[in-house]
Design a protein around this ligand. Structure first.
Ligand SMILES: O=C(O)c1cc(=O)[nH]c(=O)n1[C@@H]1O[C@H](COP(=O)(O)O)[C@@H](O)[C@H]1O
Length: 273
């Protein structure tokens, strides 16, 4: 099954556009789990178990693992998701971008080592730098377009021939890179006006939308701007607001509650399907 088919199914099966971001910061996870790789694995697996009923997928951020030489833990986390929650989409967030020969290694990292359904990439180096990912036509390739951070405007909002650069990126991906229907775009929930403009340009292409929760993006505005014509169309990511919702030993239940409330809030505002 292709990434886009799996995503369409997961939205409907779990009635959820929520993607749970796995950004396990040793300074913020429960102290008894923070000091070992086994503890890190337990934290991630318990979060996955707690939030799976309310989410369409998971997005591990590679830096939280590689910075502490915990790539083997990330391998196990990905295997746990695939084995226990095979209908949830697994997006590896690594935002890679490099010349083709190196990109081949990054594509192998995402799709062979971690066996992710999709990966985030940076479009700055152009089509040949994306080709090794695009060649894996059953996999999703999710391209940075209008990022959620304030500094994203430095380049992405530049006027290029009367149009902001991020809209050129959206058009280029929709019209030239998406030959196999496998592409998605990253657009921040912190910029709902831009999200609406991207949606207009790309039709029903899936969007990965981080920025609700800890970054303060508005769920109602996000749903109004970003849903596709069927009332789906987005993987709305929340990481810290869900991972660190609890302050005591009931942290997993607190994360489940946060995920459930976020899912419900999204469903309240998205157009009925
Ligand atoms: O590609 C991403 O996932 C991403 C793109 C972007 O524009 N902004 C953004 O915050 N992200 C990621 O989404 C997650 C957001 O985390 P929270 O702010 O804690 O919900 C982090 O893993 C970021 O690396």
């Amino acid at each position: 099954m292709s990434f886009s088919e799996k995503l369409q199914n997961s939205w409907r099966q779990f009635d959820s556009l929520l993607m749970v971001g796995l950004d396990p910061d040793p300074a913020r996870i429960p102290m008894d789990l923070a000091t070992s790789h086994d503890g890190l694995l337990e934290f991630c697996c318990r979060i996955i178990e707690a939030t799976a009923p309310y989410s369409c997928g998971f997005k591990p951020q590679i830096a939280y693992f590689s910075s502490i030489a915990a790539e083997p833990v990330l391998e196990k986390v990905c295997a746990f998701i695939r084995d226990q929650y095979p209908d949830h989409v697994l997006v590896l967030d690594s935002k890679r971008g490099d010349i083709g020969s190196t990109a081949e290694q990054y594509a192998a990292e995402a799709f062979d080592r971690y066996v992710a359904d999709a990966v985030t990439i940076n479009p700055y180096m152009g089509l040949d730098s994306a080709q090794p990912y695009l060649d894996r036509t059953d996999k999703g390739v999710i391209v940075l377009c209008r990022t959620s951070n304030p500094g994203g405007s430095d380049l992405q909002a530049l006027d290029v021939g009367g149009k902001p650069l991020y809209l050129h990126v959206a058009e280029m991906i929709a019209n030239r890179w998406n030959q196999s229907g496998q592409c998605g775009l990253v657009v921040g929930a912190t910029f709902p006006d831009e999200l609406a403009k991207v949606r207009q340009v790309v039709g029903n292409m899936p969007l990965l939308v981080p920025g609700i929760g800890a970054q303060g993006g508005d769920i109602a505005a996000t749903c109004k701007a970003g849903c596709d014509s069927a009332g789906y169309g987005m993987m709305i990511n929340s990481s810290r607001a869900i991972l660190y919702a609890g302050k005591d030993e009931h942290w997993a239940q607190a994360s489940a509650m946060a995920a459930s409330q976020t899912r419900d809030s999204i469903n309240q505002y998205r157009p009925a399907s």
